[in-house]
Design a protein around this ligand. Structure first.
Ligand SMILES: Cc1cc2nc3c(=O)[nH]c(=O)nc-3n(C[C@H](O)[C@H](O)[C@H](O)COP(=O)(O)O)c2cc1C
Length: 129
C-alpha cells in the first residue's frame, strides 16, 4: 500500500468543507484514508491506500485549481496504515476547540520518524507563527 504526504499552497479561499465531502466519498470508495491539514495558507495531506488508487487520487488532487505548487514530502510503501482508519481528518483555520496537534499526536505515534518529524515541524512552525 502506498503512503504519500504532500504540502501545497492554497489559492484564494478554498472550500474546505466541499473538499472534505468529495474526499470522504471518493476515498471510502477507493479504500483511501489519511489526514488533511489546512491552516488557511497551506495544505498538508497524507494519503494511504492501494497504490494505484492513491496515485490516481493524487493526480486529480494535484490538478485541482484550489491549490498550487504541490510538493511530495514523502512517498513510501507501507504494510499497514499509519494514519489509522480516519477517512479524512481535518482542521480548519480559526476552528475552536481542541488543539489540532493534541488530536493528531496519538495518530502520529505509529508513523515513521521521518513522516512524524515532517508533521511536527509543520505544526510547530504554524503554532509559533
Ligand atoms: C487540498 C485538496 C485535497 C483533496 N483531497 C482529496 C482526496 O483526498 N480525495 C479525493 O478524491 N479528492 C480530493 N480532492 C479533490 C480533488 O482535487 C478532485 O476535485 C476530486 O477528486 C474530484 O472528484 P470527482 O471526480 O468525484 O468529482 C482534494 C482537493 C484539494 C484542493
Amino acid at each position: 500500500m502506498l503512503q504519500l504526504v504532500y504540502i501545497s499552497t492554497a489559492r484564494g479561499e478554498p472550500l474546505v468543507s466541499q473538499i472534505l465531502a468529495v474526499s470522504r466519498r471518493n476515498n471510502s470508495r477507493d479504500g483511501i484514508t489519511g489526514l488533511l491539514y489546512h491552516d488557511g495558507v497551506r495544505f498538508l495531506q497524507a494519503l494511504e491506500g492501494p497504490t494505484d488508487k492513491v496515485e490516481a487520487a493524487f493526480e486529480r488532487i494535484r490538478a485541482d485549481e484550489q491549490h498550487r505548487a504541490a510538493v511530495v514530502l514523502s512517498r513510501r510503501e507501507v504494510e499497514t496504515r499509519e494514519f489509522g482508519s480516519w477517512e479524512m481528518a481535518a482542521r480548519r483555520p480559526g476552528a475552536e476547540g481542541n488543539d489540532f496537534i493534541d488530536r493528531v499526536a496519538p495518530l502520529l505515534a505509529s508513523v515513521s520518524p521521518n513522516v512524524r518529524g515532517t508533521f511536527e515541524g509543520f505544526f510547530r512552525v504554524k503554532r509559533a507563527a
